[in-house]
Design a protein around this ligand. Structure first.
Ligand SMILES: NC(=O)c1ccc[n+]([C@@H]2O[C@H](COP(=O)([O-])OP(=O)(O)OC[C@H]3O[C@@H](n4cnc5c(N)ncnc54)[C@H](O)[C@@H]3O)[C@@H](O)[C@H]2O)c1
Length: 287
């Protein structure tokens, strides 16, 4: 299949390289001309185990290419992944300007039926907003799919190639079938592809990150109690982590949750709840 990836950052480059590896023709797009030049010359803007080899191999096989020309990339592709940044705004909400700007440019390249796949982490309702933005520019048929990304930095290629699950939020059967075909090689080992409505997919990503953040905060709270009562948090962690209902991941006490996604995603979730008049007490406590 012919795929364009808009935004060749962490997620876009990994997704593009992995989709090329399974035989698709992928064009990675970025507005950062220096980044595109670097990639064209065999350089890597980020380090991830296995990524450089994957990109080089697929450049050689002519399955992946790089450009700053969004319109041309969209014109020649059936599936368009949106993987631009959604940083935290001043009020804690997700800044959606990059995504909406990208959507407007993408709309200009739609010349036939396209599936627009939103991989950026976005609040509930964004698939509908992207649809509205594109519809204002084009009369061609297209569908918008919400497909949040769960990869971890440091294990990004592995996570994309062998995901625990693929979440597809979609209300069009046509688009769902196309995306299911695209992801089939990645779920061959039996991990599920879960289809749901777009709103649920959007909320799934934030819920996953908020749950993991709360898990980190929780074990830190218990670590404080351990110090007071002569218990060892490492022992308690092993004691509970072996319970399959709990699991051992994200149970290491330390500095608290951080990284490029957890703080902004947790704040964005709180903001969405706030807008809807709900106080998320557990998530608030974790923050
Ligand atoms: N980094 C992670 O571990 C991770 C994991 C899961 C989900 N996500 C989510 O994925 C999204 C992308 O994150 P990232 O870490 O890859 O961001 P990033 O900042 O590394 O990459 C974004 C890229 O998009 C480009 N861009 C911005 N506007 C553009 C436009 N109009 N046209 C073309 N390119 C444009 C930027 O120049 C940049 O290179 C975010 O929503 C993030 O929350 C990130």
């Amino acid at each position: 299949m012919r795929v364009a990836v808009i935004g060749t950052g962490y997620v876009g480059l990994v997704a593009g390289a992995c989709l090329a590896e399974t035989g698709n023709r992928v064009i990675c797009v970025d507005i950062d001309a220096k980044r595109i030049e670097l990639l064209k010359n065999g350089g890597m803007p980020i380090y991830e185990p296995g990524l450089k080899e994957l990109v080089s191999r697929n450049i050689e096989k002519k399955r992946i290419s790089f450009t700053t020309d969004t319109v041309a990339a969209v014109e020649s592709s059936r599936i368009i992944f949106m993987a631009v940044q959604t940083p935290m705004d001043e009020n804690g909400s997700a800044d959606l300007n990059h995504l909406l700007e990208a959507a407007k440019t993408v709309a200009g390249g739609i010349n036939d039926y396209k599936v627009i796949v939103n991989k950026s982490t976005v609040p509930v309702g964004m698939a509908a907003k992207v649809k509205e933005t594109i519809s204002a520019v084009t009369d061609h048929k297209f569908d918008v799919v919400s497909n949040p990304e769960f990869l971890k930095e440091g294990a990004a290629v592995d996570d994309f190639m062998k995901p625990d699950r693929v979440v597809i939020g979609c209300d069009s059967e046509r688009a769902r079938d196309i995306i299911a075909d695209l992801y089939a090689p990645f779920v061959r080992t039996g991990h599920p592809m879960i289809t749901m409505r777009p709103e649920s997919a959007e909320l799934t990503k934030y819920t996953a990150n908020a749950f993991l953040a709360a898990k980190v905060s929780f074990i830190n709270e218990i670590a404080c109690l351990c110090e007071l009562v002569g218990a060892d948090i490492g022992e308690v962690r092993r004691g509970i982590g072996t319970d399959s209902r709990i699991g051992s991941a994200f149970l290491h006490p330390g500095m608290g949750f951080g990284g490029s996604c957890f703080p902004k995603d947790v704040q964005a979730l709180l903001h969405t709840a706030d807008e809807n008049g709900l106080k998320l007490q557990i998530v608030n406590a974790a923050v």
